[in-house]
Design a binder for this molecule. Structure first.
Ligand SMILES: *Cc1c(COP(=O)(O)O)cnc(C)c1O
Length: 389
C-alpha cells in the first residue's frame, strides 16, 4: 500500500495506546488475565449503558456464545439479516442451528421488521409452547438482527415481535459502536448482543469483541463458556464443552485507549458523512445513506447507492476503477442467500437486499482521513460516475 492509497477504514492510534500497552509489558500481564480486561469491560458497559459486558477474542465468538447463552440448540432456526457480513450467519451454523434469511428494508437498509413479523405470523405455528417453522418443522429459537454500517435496525419493534412469539433477540452490533436508537445505545435492547473491535471498526482493540447481556445469569454463563467452562480452576473440572474465547490484557489495553477517544471518533464520522453528502449532492440519481429520525448514527462506513438501473457488472467496474485510482471503496455486503455455504438456507421474500448489494458503494470512512483525502475521494468518484453513466 503506497502513501497515496486511501484505505477504507484503518485504526487511528492517537491516544494512550502506547502507554497502556507498555504498562502490560512492564507488568508482565500480557495474556488472558490482567487489569485492563476488567477495566475495558467496565468502561465499555458505562459508555453503552449495558448491564453486563464480557470481553472476548473477537465479534464472531461473541455472537457464537451469545446464541448459545440465548438457548439456541442444534436443529433450531434463527432469523437473521440476508444483507450482512457473513459472521453472524456462521455463528448460527457453529451452534448446529439453521439460518432463515430475512430481507432488508429499502427505508433503512436494515433487516425488515415487517417481513420478520410476517414470516413468524404466516409461516410458523405454535406447538407445545414453542414456535415451529411449518415448512421445516424446526423450532424457531431467536432473531439475530444485524445493525449495519453504523445505523440501527428498528430494534424496539423487533424486540416486541420477538416477545410476542416467545423468541430471544441477540443483536449484532459489531458495526454499531456509538449508535443510539431512541436515545439508547444499540446492543442494550435484546437479551444479548455482540460487539467487535476488529481493526476496521468504529473503534478497535487490535482484535476483540464484547458480549452484552441484560441478565446477570446470562453474563455469568457467557463468561463461563468463553473460559473453557471451567468449574474448578485448580482441579480443571469441566461440566460442559467450553471455548477459549478470552480477550487478552494487551488487546484490552488498546481497547481502553480507543474507548477514551470514542467521542472524537464519532464526531469525525459524522463530519465525513456530511462532507460526502455535500460534495456529492449534485450527482445524478445517487441515493445517500438513510438517517432515520430515531437513530443517532455512527456512519461506520459511509455508503451510497448508484442509480436503480445500474447492473452488478457496472457497479463492479465502478469500484474497480476507484481502486485503480487509489481509493479503497468497496461493495455493500454480499447477500447471504447467494453465497455458496448458505445457498440451501431458507430465505423469505428476498426482494430489496440484492438491489442494495448491486448498487451500494462503501466509501473510505476512516477517522484519520484528511480534508485532502476526502476531496480526492469525491473527485475520483465524480469522474468515474461521469464515465460510467
Ligand atoms: C465485523 C463484524 C462481525 C465480526 O467481528 P469480528 O471481530 O471480525 O469477528 C460480525 N458482524 C458484523 C456485522 C461485522 O461487521
Amino acid at each position: 500500500m503506497n502513501d497515496s492509497y486511501i484505505p477504507l477504514s484503518i485504526p487511528q492510534l492517537s491516544g494512550r495506546e502506547w502507554a497502556y500497552v507498555k504498562e502490560c509489558l512492564d507488568s508482565g500481564w500480557i495474556s488472558s488475565a490482567g487489569p485492563f480486561v476488567e477495566r475495558f469491560e467496565r468502561a465499555f458497559a458505562g459508555v453503552a449503558g449495558a448491564e453486563h459486558a464480557v470481553g472476548v477474542v473477537n465479534g464472531t465468538s461473541a455472537l457464537h456464545v451469545a446464541l448459545l447463552v440465548a438457548g439456541v440448540k442444534p436443529g433450531d432456526e434463527v432469523l437473521v439479516s440476508n444483507l450482512t457480513f457473513i459472521s453472524p450467519v456462521n455463528a448460527i451454523h457453529y451452534c448446529g442451528a439453521h439460518p432463515v434469511l430475512i430481507d432488508a428494508s429499502e427505508k433503512n437498509w436494515q433487516i425488515d421488521a415487517d417481513k420478520i413479523e410476517q414470516f413468524l405470523a404466516e409461516e410458523c405455528e405454535e406447538k407445545n409452547g414453542s414456535l415451529f417453522n411449518r415448512k421445516t418443522d424446526r423450532r424457531v429459537a431467536a432473531i439475530l438482527p444485524v445493525h449495519l454500517l453504523g445505523l440501527a435496525c428498528e430494534i424496539d419493534r423487533i424486540c416486541a415481535i420477538a416477545q410476542r412469539f416467545g423468541l430471544k433477540v441477540v443483536e449484532d452490533a459489531a458495526e454499531g459502536m456509538g449508535v443510539r436508537y431512541k436515545k439508547k445505545h444499540i446492543g442494550t435492547f435484546g437479551d444479548l448482543a455482540a460487539f467487535s473491535f476488529n481493526g476496521n471498526k468504529v473503534m478497535t482493540a487490535g482484535g476483540g469483541g464484547m458480549i452484552v447481556a441484560r441478565a446477570k445469569k446470562d453474563a455469568d454463563y457467557a463468561r463461563y463458556l468463553t473460559n473453557q467452562a471451567k468449574d474448578d480452576s485448580l482441579e480443571f473440572i469441566h461440566h460442559e464443552v467450553g471455548f477459549n474465547y478470552r480477550l487478552t490484557n494487551l488487546h484490552a489495553a488498546i481497547g481502553v485507549a480507543q474507548l477514551e477517544q470514542l467521542p472524537q471518533f464519532l464526531e469525525k464520522k459524522l463530519s465525513i458523512a456530511s462532507y460526502y453528502k455535500e460534495a456529492l449532492q449534485n450527482e445524478p440519481e445517487l441515493t445517500f445513506m438513510p438517517s432515520p429520525a430515531d437513530c443517532e448514527p455512527a456512519f461506520w462506513l459511509y455508503t451510497v447507492l448508484l442509480r436503480p438501473s445500474v447492473t452488478l457488472e457496472q457497479r463492479r467496474e465502478f469500484i474497480r476503477r476507484m481502486n485503480e485510482q487509489g481509493i479503497g471503496a468497496r461493495p455493500f455486503w454480499h447477500t447471504i442467500h447467494d453465497s455458496r455455504p448458505y445457498a440451501g438456507a431458507q430465505n423469505y421474500r428476498i426482494e430489496i437486499s440484492p438491489q442494495l448489494y448491486a448498487r451500494g458503494i462503501c466509501l473510505p470512512s476512516g477517522v484519520g482521513l484528511t480534508p485532502a483525502q476526502l476531496e480526492r475521494t469525491t473527485g475520483v468518484f465524480k469522474n468515474v460516475h461521469r464515465l460510467l453513466r
